[in-house]
Design a protein around this ligand. Structure first.
Ligand SMILES: [Zn+2]
Length: 92
């Protein structure tokens, strides 16, 4: 199990990974991103409002080529750098 806490502009994010899945909890403690069966990057629960929750969701089974997409979207949308060590070594 990998775990890393990163701070971006005063906001704390927690990155968790188990070599198969990665998930990121946002400043309010809720999940904001998952790299699991699909890529799901969401707004924090406190900001769902009328805009909906999805920022970038693929709804398709992830493949190794989705990893750099996930990493760059997390950087773009949240400013969070996902370290290479979190890259899953197993894909379905
Ligand atoms: Zn979504």
């Amino acid at each position: 199990m990998l775990e890393k806490v990163v701070e971006v502009e005063g906001k704390v994010f927690e990155i968790l990974g188990d070599g198969f899945r990665v998930w990121v909890n946002g400043p309010d403690g809720g999940s904001v991103a998952r790299f699991n069966n699909s890529i799901d990057i969401h707004r924090p629960a406190s900001e769902h409002g009328s805009k909906g929750q999805c920022l970038y969701c693929t709804r398709t089974q992830v493949t190794p080529s989705d990893w750099p997409v996930f990493v760059s979207k997390m950087k773009e949308l949240y400013g969070v750098e996902i370290p290479d060590e979190f890259k899953p070594d197993r894909f379905l």
